[in-house]
Structure formats: C-alpha cells, structure tokens
Design a protein around this ligand. Sequence first.
Ligand code: UD1
Ligand code: CA
Length: 464
Amino acid sequence: MLAAGHGTRMKSQTHKVLHPVCGKPMIHHILDTLEEVGVDQIVVVVGQQRERVAAAVAGRADIAVQEAQLGTGDAVKAALPTLRSDTNTVVVLYGDAPLIRPQTIASMFEARETTGAAAVVLTASVPDPTGLGRVFLDDEGGVLRVVEEKDASVEERKHRIINTGIYAYRLDALQASVGRLQADNAQREYYLTDTLAILRTDGERVIARMVEDPLEIASVNDRAQLAHVEQICRHNIATRWMREGVTIVDPSNTYIDADVVLAPDVTLLPGTLLSGRTVVCEGAVIGPHTRLVDTRVEAGAVVQNAVAVESEIGEQAQVGPFAYLRPGSRVGKRVKIGDFVEVKNSNIGDDTKVSHLAYVGDADVGSQVNVGCGVITVNYDGERKHRTVIGDNSFVGSNVNLIAPLVIGEGAYITAGSTVTDNVGDDAFVISRVPQTTKPNYVRAWKARKQNQNLVKGGDDSGH
Ligand code: UD1
Ligand code: CA
C-alpha cells in the first residue's frame, strides 16, 4: 500500500491517509479490507510524516520507507526488500483510495494466479478520465501500454479506459521490471505503469481486468474528493444496514460511522449522526436530529433531539427531546430523561424520572426516583467535583439544590425549593427554605404611596 506522499492538495497538517472517512482514517478502511481478504503480508510504504502513518498501522502492517517521493515505481521499489521471499503475488494499492472492496482485491489475486500472467492491471471505464493514466489493450486483451495524462497526446486523452493504479504482480516479474524503470517522462518520476511495457517487451503476459463499479476506486486528492468519497462510503454503510433490517427514513440525511453496530428493527429518523463505537439494539428509535458518540442504546429505547457521548441508555428508556448525556452517563431501564436535562458522569437507576430542566452531574441516583423540574446537583465547589447519592424511591421536589458531597437515603422526601447541605436518612422529610411572609393588601397601599409622592414632586411623568 503506497502512502508516502503527503497529499499537498489537501492543504492540511494531517497526512492525507489519516483523514477520516465515515469516522475512520482512510488507511484503516484499507487495512480492515485487507484483513477481511486474509492476505499473508501487508507492507505500507511511508515517506512524509512517516512516524504518524507508521503509528497508525502499528501491529497491523510492515513498514517500508521511501526517502524521497520519486514516483509510484520508486515507492514500490522501496517496498521490495520488506516483502517475504516466498511471496507469490503482490497486489499494489493506495492509502488514499479507501473504498476498494475485498472481493475486488481477492479477484486480482485470483486473476494473477489462475492465468499465470506476469501482471494484472485493474482498469475502469469512466465518463471523465481527466488526470488518470489511459490503458491501451491489444486484440487479445493484453496490455499494450499505459500513458499518463501529462504524457498523452490529444488523441490519447480521448481514450476512456483508465488505469485504477491497482495491480497484481508475480513477485519475480515485479522485481525484474521495477529495477529497470527510467524517469524519462513529463514529471521526471519513476512510473510504476512503465513496468507493464517492460514486462511485455520481455515477452511476459500482462492482462487487464475491469472493475465492476468505478466508484470503489475513487481516490482522494483534495477536500472535494474527500467529501465525494465520504458520500459514497456513507451511502454504502446505510445500504448495508437497511439490508440488515434497519429502517432509515432518509439515508441521505443520516450519518453512520464505519464502526457503528445496529440491530434489526432499529429506526433512524432524519438528522441522526451515529459516531465512533456506537451500538443501537433492537427496536430502538433514534432521531430526529440526534448525535450519539461511543454510546450504547439498549432495546426499545427512544432518543430524540438529543446528544449523548460515551454513555449508556437502558432498555425502553426515553431520552429527549433536547437532552444532553455527557461522558459516563448510565441511564437505566425505562428511565425518562426529558427536555433540557443535562446528565454527566452519573448513574440513573431503573424507572427513575428526570423529566425537565435539571442538571445531574457526578451523581448516583437510585431506582424509581423522581427528580423534579429544575433540580441541580451542585457538584463543583470551585476547586473540586463532589458526588451526590440519592437512594431508591426518593422524591426530590422542583428547584432543589443538592450541595455535594451529599447522601440522601431511600424513600426520602425533599420539598420543592429546598437547598440541601446535610445528608438525609432513609424515609426522612426535608424542608429547607425561607419561611413565607405575606403582607395582605401591601401592594395596593405601596402603589398609592408612590403615586402621592409623584404628585408632590409636580407630577413629572416623563419616565426619566
Ligand atoms: C497513478 C498512475 C495512473 C493512475 C492513477 C490512479 C502512475 C505513474 N500513474 O497516477 O496511471 O491512473 O494512479 O489513481 O503510477 N506515492 C508514493 N510515493 C511516490 C509517489 C506516489 O507513495 O513517490 C503514492 C502517493 O501517496 C499516492 C499514490 O502513490 O497515494 C499515487 O501517486 P500519484 O503520483 O498521485 O499517481 P497518480 O498521478 O495519481
Ligand atoms: Ca493521485
């Protein structure tokens, strides 16, 4: 896999092959595909930002270094010493073409081995061949030559059969031809494509195979192509899940990362983004307008207009609309997390309700608890975070401040508007608020007094 060039046209600090497509670096898409094919060895050719690219493939591939980017032929040459000597067939791929399918790679190995050809070129027929090498075949389907765009005549540029840049070589044929490459072309580069003409001159057989769907060889050179590849990848992922029994109301407005796992009978409503290692179990309904990052949603839960990060949502739970679960939130079965509720680093027990306008941070809330409207766990004292514990079956009235660290027992009753600073035992009743003062008819008398004062001052009613 060639991945030495930085990808200048991306105009990025990040190496091109490390840019994510559907949440996963391009190079990981290809490694995953190769692992699915089950190849004997993967060699990644690195150059620019070699440490970062090598770190991204560590443990999954061998590394070869290309010191200077002198062309695709030179890049393959740099990989040769790393290849195992018992290698039969070598397939050449690119780190910036992440959509290649395992079947295509497998068919390249197979075509090479069943025909005994020295090399097999994967071609494609495309409506717009701009920028790509053109492949010319003889009457028997053998490859005559590949002409790069920059070296092509006006006539040759009209040719629509292009070189995908993906090949399968017999190892000895690759070794023999790569060593003889010359950089006598428009770009002063060692073209890997020239190996094909060299092998043909040697009397070797070089054949072509056409890719079924040209979309899978799309490569990324700039951000516009990145968005195009992302769109294809997104479409492929959505199609796969719909075939597995997931309802996606509007696939073009649903964003499912490559490593997300969905169960049958999940429904995804428009505006849903499922990222990272998110898992959604059977029958759950997600969306509209919901973003889940590394979050697990159990069966039958409903999550709408919500954001959840590194959280767990229990069976039949209801989250949202307009709820925010921050990292470390574990919400139990049949829990209700309603509108404008924020939960962070907290456990919420089964059947508990936090229905409106509350902040639950660093808390362990038991089961069947009612957390009223406007309840706040006051978890931060300006220096440190403290935990709040609320026992099963407790009732926390509206607009209660729970000043942590705080432990409230089971079955306790905290009256609305209380500020609770001391621990509360099981079944206790707490009221902690300023006693009410009522002055009958006070407002009418007060307004009358004010009016009299204005009259004395000369009735200046200008409002200044
Ligand atoms: C190459 C093919 C062209 C084909 C096209 C398909 C050659 C000469 N041309 O052209 O026929 O249609 O791919 O996309 O091979 N790389 C290195 N080291 C280098 C040069 C390149 O690792 O010294 C890597 C780059 O990081 C890049 C890939 O190889 O990912 C392709 O190289 P590039 O020079 O862009 O080849 P193309 O002009 O695309
Ligand atoms: Ca290219």
